[in-house]
Design a binder for this molecule. Structure first.
Ligand SMILES: C[S@@+](CC[C@H](N)C(=O)[O-])C[C@H]1O[C@@H](n2cnc3c(N)ncnc32)[C@H](O)[C@@H]1O
Length: 256
């Protein structure tokens, strides 16, 4: 008899202060612009994989007097750095097994989670379960196929290759972004709309350090040093491609 074991999954950036501070710079305005028109006063929203919760706090402001619940596999309270709003609650939970009843939420938002999931389709089935019929889901993930770095040379190529290999060996998908809309359709969501945008880092030193940190932990010291040196080069550019997708749970879908 052959046993089919679940694919291993490990969150590549980890929860080091470096990684948490990097995420905490994000806001709803800077990173959830594609989803802002969806948020309405009084809604109950789930932010899945909320990390330090800086985007969650921006959602909270936009849905008053509604409530946003941020969940993360690492307790968000331990990563919390943003100002708290009374209508933002945080819980430790896994996207594959959410501690909510069927049809609790008017909307689900998830930023920079799906690229780390080994079982994205299973995650979508679980998210769909907790959504009310007619609720929206809004996802955003990077796609390394669209990243643009300048200057580009063999050493930076080797460092980037190492980081992407690490993410894949951790069960992640470096091309998660382009697949978001087709995954939503496969999970039964309707009126799926894809979009895309670029984030050009104001400080290449910051993103270089974020990536180099993980290479150092894994013992790839030469590549980490090269990344850090690259990040300090005057005029260096790091443009990250993000894909977004919005879909809707069909009105007739009363069960999970
Ligand atoms: C890249 S961070 C994004 C944080 C935040 N959404 C943002 O964009 O700033 C991804 C977060 O997803 C969480 N995560 C990873 N796998 C998870 C899972 N299976 N269930 C719940 N959270 C998960 C990680 O702990 C991490 O905090």
């Amino acid at each position: 008899m052959t046993l089919s074991l679940p694919k291993p999954e490990h969150y590549t950036p980890g929860h080091t202060p470096n990684s948490v501070e990097f995420m905490a710079r994000r806001s709803a305005g800077s990173h959830a612009a594609f989803a802002l028109p969806l948020f309405r006063a009084g809604m109950r929203i789930l932010d899945c994989g909320c990390g330090p919760g800086s985007i969650t706090q921006g959602i909270a402001e936009r849905i008053l007097p509604g409530e946003v619940i941020g969940i993360d596999q690492r307790h968000p309270e331990s990563q919390q750095v943003a100002v708290r709003h009374a209508n933002a609650r945080f819980m430790q939970a896994n996207v594959y097994e959410l501690p909510f009843a069927n049809a609790e939420f008017d909307g689900v938002f998830s930023h920079a989670l799906f690229e780390h999931l080994a079982r994205p389709q299973e995650a979508l089935t679980e998210l769909r379960r907790v959504m009310k019929p007619g609720a929206f889901i809004a996802l955003r993930s990077p796609d390394w196929g669209g990243f643009v770095l300048d200057p580009w040379d063999d050493e930076i190529a080797a460092a980037i290759q190492l980081y992407t290999t690490l993410q894949q060996s951790n069960g992640g998908d470096i091309h998660a972004g382009r697949k978001l809309s087709s995954r939503l359709r496969s999970a039964g969501f309707h009126h799926v709309t894809p979009s895309a945008s670029y984030e050009v880092y104001p400080s290449t030193a910051l993103i270089a350090e974020f990536l180099a940190h993980q290479l150092t932990i894994k013992g790839h010291h030469a590549e980490a040093i090269h990344l850090r040196q690259w990040g300090q080069r005057p005029g260096a550019l790091f443009a990250q491609a993000w894909f977004e997708a919005v879909g809707w749970k069909p009105w007739g879908m009363t069960t999970a």
